[in-house]
Design a protein around this ligand. Sequence first.
Ligand code: PEP
Ligand code: MG
Length: 600
Amino acid sequence: MKGTEKDLTRNSQPAAELSLDGRPVSRGVAIGKVVCLYGENRQYFRTEIIKESIPNEIDRFRIAHDLACRRLRKVSGSNGARSNTSFSIFDLHRAILEDSTLKERIESVIENDLVNAEWAVKVVTDEYIAKYRAIPDEHFRDRYIDVEDIADQLQSALGGGKHPIRLAEDSIITAKELRPSTLAELSVRHPKAVITETGGWTSHTFILARELEIPAVTGIKKLMRKLKPGDVVVIDGYQGKVILNPGQKTLEKYRVRAARFYESNQAVDIPSNDPIKTLDGREITIRANFDIPSSFQRAKRLGAKGIGLYRSEYLFNRFKGYPTESEQLKAYSEIAENAGPERARIRTFDIGIDQMIDSSGRKEKNPALGLRAVRLSLAIPRHLRTQIRALLQASYRRNIDIILPMVSGPDELRSVREVIERESALLNARNVPIGSPRLGAMIEVPAAVFTIDKILEEVDCLCLGTNDLVQYLLAVDRDNESVAGWFRTLHPAVMTSLKIVIDAANKAEKPLVVCGEMAGSPFYVPILIGLGATELSMNVNTIMRVRRVISGIAYEETKELIDLIMKSKTADEVEDSVERFVGGHWSHLLSGETLLGRKR
Ligand code: PEP
Ligand code: MG
């Protein structure tokens, strides 16, 4: 069974136990079997199917194949501005895709090897690629790149339809890099844990893993060469460890820990609606980051007031595109209904041009600095207008704040306000009931920090996005493993920026919610409180831990800590000051906590 997982499985010799060190990015312990994910754009793995499912699987493939052909026809036929060269490339892709031998070969692999369509596409396109690469003539040899593109088109199209995900109960997802959309897709099958080679503690994949309570470890070099499908591994998401081929003793030790972790997740919540105060009476409001709809009711029971951040791009599907106005209206209405008078802060789409399906070929060199977030919304305003219309209607008798991502100054806010006014007038003219949402900005790029007073004149509220603020202030890609050591949340530049923004919002008496991962990380909470933050938004699983910290510290002490931090010159010095202070004052509150993402 050439090219399939079967020939990757271990030989029968019992292999030696091997401990691999990485960085902990989601707490917990798990024992399970490795499932390797492949593919960059759409990620997939190999599954076996039963004979009776062959016709369904072949149908799935045919539908996806038709869709990929239609998409290519659209790209090659519709864009008059394209050069002759790009016409010929897309035409060539179509010719390869429409070639009946490729199609027949993929269908025969599904039928004979009893595998899913994704795997059959991989096996067959890998064969084509290998053949092209072996051709001595350079011109023909380079055709393998076209086949790679076609494989990607087919995999994307396979992601567009509904299909059952088959994942064994004890699966440990292993990938070079895991996309948040893949984790969301796989989460319905409750994978036990996640291991990746790259990714930061603030990357969306791990934000989601923490919310789903899936233990995760990242930063293991050459992971995909070290682990094979079916390998038994232990994951320690507290220490950042992966143990391959665990021996009997290790298994016994970790079985106890995994059971403890499982039990702690099943622990009955202690509902509380009491105000959350420090020992000296400073009230702190906890809000919920609404990433998974089902978790909000629990967050409410635990004392969360309203929704501090809803990332509306969760409604966006990379394989289907933007949600319609009515889909958005339904989603936003439900979210705002849940939040009630405490308001829902709904962020407009924070996606990049490279994620839009009708943007074939628009790969950006620096996507984080490219056409994304509010810039993309303003550059292609039809999608913004649709989103604003949905938000205006959902705000009818409901409390919504529209939050714009990646704002760099007052001008973007003015432009969006104009869109809101225009769409409001049009809806009013049609007698469609609408409300008056407030307007707010994510503060997450340095330019926004230094124009904060001017931004405050344009907004009703702010959300402080510490994940991106660290990334952009320090010029460190938050998802890039090789610079993870430079992602220093406690860098003096970050501390000073947080202080500038929080002070300005407090002075202007406009509400500010800290909604980056710092807010839900118990270790950072006293720092944010000391800086003057009074509203923290976080995922449901950290609420109890954060509440415990808040009610065990005094605001006056946190101010002492800030004095020490502000005197420190380097990130190391800040971290040392914080660790010493925590050791001397709050070790009883923070002993079990780790600075997420740090290499142990
Ligand atoms: C942030 O940047 O801190 C934030 C909350 O938004 P996201 O993580 O979605 O970029
Ligand atoms: Mg952000």
